[in-house]
Design a protein around this ligand. Structure first.
Ligand SMILES: [Zn+2]
Ligand SMILES: [Zn+2]
Length: 686
């Protein structure tokens, strides 16, 4: 017998090996490959050997019965085809690292495998109607530690009914303003499917940023929830995976790769904060977990709920064209008003104060008021470190990383210049290395500087900071967020990490500093990302009894992104942004793929990029536009030069055929997927 094997290497084609025992598709094997042994997956079996090719025998069969179930196997095939990704690498990423058949045998124990979730005896709680007197009376008798359901508002009830009335595969876009209570709807939906004997998968962008949702699920469904994320140890991840595989955990919460969780009888997939770019894997295989989740649901007849306060342009477009069902949650819980948003013109501030300042007088006055009234403040600045860069005022020299084409950021606590791309650190010089002048200035503030300025302005205020420098572990988040939640911190400063789903009822002021930087990134999604960030962070204000206020500082206060962030009317932003995307042929109105050519030698990178451009031109398709090749905005990272091409097409089919032809052409020329990256539906063009 012979087997087609997809090796776990950046190669799209498969290879034939001889096997002496019965094997199934999905089994892992070790095979001899170009004078070494590599891991691979059996993707097909055949009785006849191919002609004119030397066929080697498989060295070892790792799993006799495959750990990958047929539905996940087919999902991997789809990913491989859609994202032009090597099948072997996709299959490998669908399993937890280090798992073996032995784990499964011991995990199955004494016939637990037969237990189905319907045996858990979960009964859906009776639904409280809006204003029903005592919702905590409603309880599940079999649930060991009962956590009361909250009463649903009329809008929440409407959304829940929309989910409940779905019959088979259906995608809903749950567009709920911040604070509208989406998590409660997710839990009700999971409970509904559990009672029907079906499993649920809840995807979240980052576990550390959504501890509240995870906690609420594990409390509401004790013993039935598995959590999958990257902070788990190898062993923990295998254990959680096994609980799911054996049918012991019918509810799974996890980040991106949890889309491969081996749930059977899937009823529901929730993608919370569906617009988040962390759902896109930025290494091979470059899949988008949201779109993969929809594909998985389609194959298993499940309902998909995409939740967001600021839907992605792609999802809103799909709702507009009726591909998704649109469900709006327009009111906040208890009808709390949306916060007042005010934009401070920093150019006027500069004129009035005759100097560059970090904080406007308006923002400082608002902070002082909060401290007096013992209310809390959050200040967002999307740049960590102390200063953005060091500049010689005499000759204009800036300190660039020697390996990457970016300025190095000054971190005062360690007194070092750091490259945020490769981690290179160096001591800041006292004099300019170019002209020997001593006029070296720190330009552009980071979170570290913000914190220290606030400390000197408000010496009695208790401060906390959340960014990648202060948050090394999950417990760091818990400590600072816990301190803020219990009122031990007055002012919380941080990067976009603070903008995510936290619920702090005593926050009545959110300040946004340096919002212009995000808007000026050379990426067609810059305005969309800025709008999302502003709306998310604004939503942190006024979640309790007191109304909230938001102060945004900008040098471009008239930009439509800021103006529309004031009203927080997503539909207006969508309409305005759509005009630009249509005119420029960008998603969601065209299909887009990025091709990144990488080489340590600048000349070789440019030459190969040009050759790829010529090859694509030779395919002469009228349905595509090719941009480039050109140096990428970040031309060099870790000493590797990067040149890119963008392909836009009105036809996804044409784009895919073109990319497949390119991949085959490159493999023929023995140019691997590590030198030329093909990124379908790219999330970042830097
Ligand atoms: Zn100089
Ligand atoms: Zn660097």
């Amino acid at each position: 017998m012979y087997a087609d094997v997809a090796v776990c290497l950046p190669l799209t084609r498969t290879f034939v090996y001889e096997v002496t025992e019965l094997v199934e598709a999905g089994s892992r094997v070790i095979v001899p490959f170009r004078k070494r042994e590599v891991e691979g997956f059996i993707v097909g079996v055949r009785t006849e050997a191919p002609k004119d090719v030397e066929v080697l025998p498989v060295a070892t069969i790792i799993d006799r019965s495959p750990l990958i179930r047929p539905d996940i196997f087919e999902l991997c095939r789809w990913i491989s085809g859609y994202y032009i990704a090597p099948l072997g690498e996709v299959l490998k990423s669908s399993l937890p690292p280090g798992i073996s058949a032995k784990h499964v045998e011991s995990g199955l124990g004494t016939g637990d495998f037969g237990s189905r979730i319907s045996d858990f005896g979960w009964r859906e709680s009776a639904l409280p109607t809006p204003g029903s007197p005592n919702p905590s009376e409603i309880r599940n008798p079999k649930s060991p530690a009962f956590v009361p359901c909250l009463t649903l508002t009329e809008h929440q009830l409407g959304a829940f009914d929309a989910i409940r009335s779905c019959n088979g595969f259906h995608t809903l876009l749950l567009h709920g303003v911040t604070g509208s209570g989406k998590s409660e709807i997710y839990m009700r939906a999971a409970e509904h499917f559990l009672a029907a004997g079906k499993t649920s998968l809840i995807l979240v962008p980052e576990i550390g940023l959504t501890p509240q949702l995870t906690d609420r699920f594990t409390q509401r469904f004790p013993g039935l929830t598995a959590v999958l994320h990257s902070s788990l140890s190898k062993r923990q991840r295998i254990d959680e995976w096994l609980r799911i595989y054996c049918g012991k955990a019918p509810i799974v919460i996890g980040t991106r790769s949890a889309v491969f969780a081996p749930l059977q009888n899937l009823g529901l997939i929730v993608v919370d904060e569906e617009h988040e770019s962390s759902y896109k894997q930025e290494e091979v295989p470059r899949y988008h977990a949201r779109d993969t989740a929809i594909m998985r649901a389609k194959r298993s007849g499940a309902v998909v709920v995409l939740g967001s306060a600021t839907p992605s342009m792609e999802s809103f477009r799909n709702a507009e064209s009726k591909k998704y069902e649109y469900v709006g949650l327009t009111s906040r819980v208890e009808d709390r008003p949306l916060p007042e948003v005010e934009i401070v013109n920093m150019r006027e501030e500069y004129t009035a104060q005759s100097k560059q300042v970090v904080f406007s007088r308006r923002l400082l006055q608002a902070v002082a008021g909060r401290l007096e009234r013992r209310e809390q403040t959050m200040i967002l600045l999307n740049r960590r470190g102390y200063a953005a860069f060091l500049l010689c005022r005499h000759c204009g020299f800036t300190f660039q990383c020697t390996s990457c084409s970016v300025a190095m950021t000054y971190h005062r606590s360690i007194d070092k210049l750091l490259c945020h791309y490769c981690g290179l650190a160096r001591r800041p010089p006292a004099r300019c290395p170019e002209c020997d002048s001593e006029y070296i200035y720190y330009v552009g503030e980071g979170t570290e500087r913000l914190e220290s300025e606030l400390k000197s302005l408000f010496p009695d205020a208790r401060m906390g900071r959340i960014d990648r420098d202060t948050m090394r572990h999950l417990r760091d988040y818990e400590r600072v967020l816990g301190g803020f939640a219990s009122g031990k911190i007055d002012i919380l400063v941080g990067t976009q990490m603070i903008a995510k789903g936290h619920d702090f009822p005593r926050v009545t002021l959110v300040g946004v500093v340096g919002a212009d930087a995000a808007l000026s990134l050379p990426d067609f999604r810059a305005a969309e990302r800025t709008f999302q960030l502003l709306t998310q962070v604004a939503g942190r204000s006024g979640r309790g009894d007191q109304p909230g206020e938001v102060v945004i500082q900008s040098y471009f206060p008239d930009h439509y992104t800021f103006q529309l962030a004031c009203t927080q009317r997503f539909e207006d932003f969508y309409a305005r942004e759509s005009r630009y995307r249509k005119a420029m042929f960008y998603p969601p109105f065209t299909a887009l793929a990025g091709i990144m050519v990488m080489d340590r030698d600048a000349g070789r990178a440019a030459t190969l990029a040009r050759e790829i451009g010529e090859f694509l031109d030779s395919l002469r398709s009228t349905a595509v536009r090719i941009l480039g090749p050109a140096p990428a905005p970040l031309e060099r990272i870790k000493q590797v030069h990067r040149h890119q091409l963008l392909i836009k097409s009105s036809s996804r089919g044409v784009l895919h055929r073109m990319l497949e032809q390119l991949r085959a052409h490159l493999e023929e020329r023995k140019i691997g997927a590590t030198r030329v990256i093909v990124d379908v539906d790219p999330m970042s063009l830097l």
